[in-house]
Design a protein around this ligand. Structure first.
Ligand SMILES: *Cc1c(COP(=O)(O)O)cnc(C)c1O
Length: 359
């Protein structure tokens, strides 16, 4: 394992300025004083791991990522726990998924211990940046891109791994609010054999136009149908989806290669089963969703991911019309699962799965 060099920022943000920034950070606008970089070169491996002052990265215009989008990322949070310690939630799963994404994008995988080491080192120097009120946290954004200066079309021989951190406030400042989804029929997020299961920037670039349509239609987010039959629910642009049935059971689309294997999704499956609920991973069609909502067989639907934890889905709008799930509000199963997850993350209840690690 290579060592990290620590270069402290000689001009960190003052404590007064930091407090002001932490009071209302929003999402992804405020950043800490430091970042981590690690380099890779074919034949040499990963080298030059360092914590350094956060700064722009000079880039040659022929850098491969700018042309062919060979890039992956992750997203996870540091929680200021009720015991005063800083905790990570299932960071080992993010490290593993980062490796899986790298393989799909033909990139050199970053060893998991380097991924986890980069997080520990960054959080150690930027500890004061972890906000402590409500459901705020320090959002970590690890990413890796093709840094070779070359326009040929083949996997890059050089990569840069970077970790930056951004304090974020409660996602829902005025309490958890149900969202309205737009069913995209013009666009697909991912296709069989495509990159849907990899966390790569390209998936997001391809979804921006659908998201813009959703906003035009007065909706908050897009829900995508499968690319082949245009009937099965895949997921949202950046969140997985669950259906709650009147008998208390849950269903979520099975990981079909086009769906991102969410860590929140996996945690929800585990927690719901522990509550004695049946959780099935299977294909769910848009017709089952619409008809189930109408008949009362489907009583709740929620989306889940690291950023917003669990988000209730109140309404679904499509070209042919709109339907409401339950009373359009936040259902009790969604609320309870959300609370369990957040309570584990902030150390308010026992973590029987050892999902949390203290920094
Ligand atoms: C990151 C992501 C998710 C959620 O994954 P978590 O590990 O739960 O944060 C879901 N869908 C997509 C497309 C994503 O990129």
């Amino acid at each position: 394992m290579i060592d990290f060099e620590i270069h402290r920022n000689p001009q960190p943000v003052t404590a007064t300025e930091r407090e002001a920034l932490l009071a209302n950070p929003g999402f992804g606008r405020v950043f800490t004083d430091h970042m981590v970089t690690i380099r890779y070169a074919e034949g040499k491996g990963w080298y030059d791991a360092r914590v350094e002052p956060r700064a722009p990265i000079p880039m040659d215009p022929a850098t491969a990522v700018l042309h062919y989008a060979q890039e992956i990322f992750e997203g996870l949070k540091v929680y200021n726990r009720v015991d005063g310690k800083l905790g990570l939630f299932r960071a080992d799963a993010n490290a593993r998924r980062f490796v899986d994404s790298a393989h799909r994008m033909a990139m050199a995988p970053l060893p998991e211990e380097l991924f986890l080491g980069s997080i520990r080192h960054l959080v150690n120097v930027d500890r004061e940046w972890v906000p402590s009120d409500g459901e705020s946290s320090l959002y970590l954004r690890p990413f890796q891109y093709a840094s070779e200066v070359f326009l040929g079309v083949r996997p890059s021989l050089e990569y840069l791994y970077v970790l930056i951190a951004s304090p974020v406030g409660s996602y829902f400042s005025g309490g958890v609010k149900p969202v309205t989804l737009w069913v995209s029929t013009d666009f697909s997020r991912a296709a069989p054999g495509g990159t849907g299961a990899a966390k790569c920037g390209g998936n997001y670039a391809a979804g921006l136009i659908a998201q813009a349509q959703a906003i035009e239609q007065g909706c908050d987010q897009v829900v995508y149908l499968d690319a082949v039959h245009r009937r099965y629910i895949d997921e949202l642009g950046g969140m997985n989806v669950f259906f709650v049935y009147a008998d208390g059971s849950l269903a979520t689309p099975e990981l079909n290669g086009a769906i991102l294997p969410g860590i929140t999704r996996d945690s929800v499956i585990t927690l719901a089963r522990e509550e004695g609920r049946t959780v099935t991973e299977r294909p769910v069609t848009i017709d089952e969703w619409r008809d189930g909502a109408a008949s009362g067989e489907i009583v709740e639907t929620f989306a889940c991911g690291t950023a917003a934890v669990l988000t209730p889905i109140g309404r679904v709008r499509a070209a042919e019309g709109e339907f409401v799930i339950g009373d359009g509000g936040t259902g009790p199963v969604t609320s309870a699962l959300r609370q369990s997850l957040v309570d584990i993350q902030y150390g308010r209840i026992a973590d029987s799965h050892q999902w949390t690690s203290i920094i």
